[in-house]
Unconditional design. Structure first.
Length: 122
């Protein structure tokens, strides 16, 4: 998971995990390990919302309820939304890398996911 957190190949730790913002490299350029076989679909987005919601939004709501804002809401709300957006966009690739690393460590791939959904449909 630590290799994924750093955005590196979970197999060798040297190759890049992403070739774009959230696009996983199909194959590691260092070791040749197939990286796109790990189904990190919606999990990273859910974990990011969970973490950002608890670390940023909840304290913001508590401060807003207990502290009288001396600044206009037209300044506070856009500033808070920009901060939440920046934190979310920064955390998302890190969390997706960790999820890919976890899937690698547990040896869960797309074939396993398709088998699970086929069993559930029956």
């Amino acid at each position: 998971m630590l290799r994924g957190l750093r955005g590196r190949c979970p197999n060798c730790g040297k190759g890049r995990l992403f070739y774009r913002y959230l696009k996983v490299e199909p194959v590691c350029r260092s070791c040749g390990h197939t990286l796109d076989r790990y189904p990190a679909d919606d999990g990273p987005a859910y974990f990011t919302v969970l973490i950002v919601g608890h670390l940023v939004v909840v304290p913001f709501l508590i401060l807003g309820a207990t502290w009288i804002w001396k600044t206009s809401p037209w300044v506070v709300i856009p500033t808070a939304l920009a901060a939440i957006g920046a934190i979310t966009l920064t955390a998302l690739p890190v969390i997706k890398g960790a999820v890919v690393g976890l899937l690698y460590a547990l040896d869960i791939n797309r074939a396993d996911a398709h088998l699970h959904t086929a069993d559930a449909a029956e």
